[in-house]
Design a protein around this ligand. Structure first.
Ligand code: NDP
Length: 296
């Protein structure tokens, strides 16, 4: 039987709708408008596209959107001064520094200079530690989106075997922490894992976050398993440009019970979760009960 396609585009639209409703209520009941500031240094074309669509969707859910575009040769001191200003701005509840930064800037230093309560990407060392110890934190957007889709599809994922392929700080590791938080039995695989296909065959849930086009094959998948494909790879096939994931969709969809497509799966959930995180940050900053279902 063909796999159920988990429609991330539709689910993300639903999440953004929920965020918009809460924003409306925050304005009406408390006179507060959540604000998100995005900082872009340099002129990376892909980053510019992301920043533009983040700004558009922020406004669409009724939030205040602020963009700071800095020259590629901006000094670390100037960038840190801007972050300090945003940290102290009461109208800004979320700050996102678009990565990657130009080489002369120390990414760890910059991210760790954010107020952790406004770190809507969840990359600040305090948030990483809070997530790792199961405490309330800001959760990285992409893994949060994956978790929301898994909860929505399965109800409970408690006790399931999950294999996360990839151990990056922005996807693989926080994903594994979130799955552990929901009581999965978690394996993290990476480039040194021995017999990766066999490891993946033991999974009820496979999260592919490798950055290698169509690497995870259908014959690696346990029949009925759920495949969450985080990958975004631009390839050229038969003379046409194409976006593909880290799992081979065609072969995996024949065996899996459910699968996220690329595009239209994890991707749209990432921005929806950024907006959800900004709302959560705003509620926490103002001592207002945060909405259910929009955080880990
Ligand atoms: P990284 O390059 O930072 O990490 C890739 C991971 O995959 C590493 O841990 C690496 O292992 C592992 N890996 C690489 N090759 C192999 C292999 N042959 N076998 C097993 N493991 C391997 O990537 P990211 O985590 O940043 O991104 C992963 C994917 O997700 C990319 O396709 C990216 O475009 C996409 N992405 C999508 C987002 C979205 O919004 N949908 C957001 C962020 C990323 P090792 O550590 O040993 O080197």
């Amino acid at each position: 039987m063909a796999a159920t396609v988990i429609d991330g585009k539709a689910f993300a639209a639903k999440v953004r709708g929920q965020v918009a409703e809460h924003v409306e209520r925050l304005k009406a009941d408390h006179g507060i408008t959540p604000g998100l500031a995005v900082v872009l240094v340099g002129e990376d074309p892909a980053s510019e596209v992301y920043v533009r669509s983040k700004g558009k969707m922020t406004v669409e859910v009724g939030m205040k959107s602020v963009e700071h575009k800095l020259d590629a040769d901006t000094s670390e001191a100037d960038l840190l001064a801007l972050i300090d200003q945003l940290n102290n701005d009461p109208e800004i509840h979320g700050i996102l520094v678009q990565l990657p930064l130009p080489k002369h800037l120390d990414e760890d230093l910059v991210i760790n200079s954010l107020d952790p309560a406004k770190d809507v990407d969840g990359f600040h060392i305090s948030n990483v530690g809070l997530l790792g110890t199961g405490q309330k934190s800001m959760v990285p957007c992409t893994p949060l989106g994956c978790l929301m889709m898994l909860r929505d599809h399965h109800g409970s994922i408690s006790g399931m075997n999950a294999v996360v392929v990839g151990r990056s700080n922005i996807v693989g590791k926080p994903m594994a922490q979130l799955l552990l938080g929901d009581s999965c039995t978690v394996t993290i695989a990476h480039s040194r894992t021995k017999d990766l296909p066999e490891v993946v065959r033991g999974a009820d849930i496979v999260v592919a976050a490798v950055g290698r086009p169509e690497m995870v094959q259908g014959d690696w998948i346990k029949p009925g398993a759920t495949v969450i494909d985080v990958g975004i790879n631009r390839i050229e096939r038969d003379g046409k440009k194409k976006l593909v994931g880290d799992a081979d969709y065609e072969s995996c969809a024949k065996v899996a019970g459910a699968i996220t497509p690329v595009p239209g799966g994890v991707g749209p959930m990432t921005i929806a979760c950024l907006l959800a995180n900004t709302l959560t940050a705003c509620c926490r900053a103002n001592g207002i009960e945060e909405p259910e279902g929009l955080t880990a």
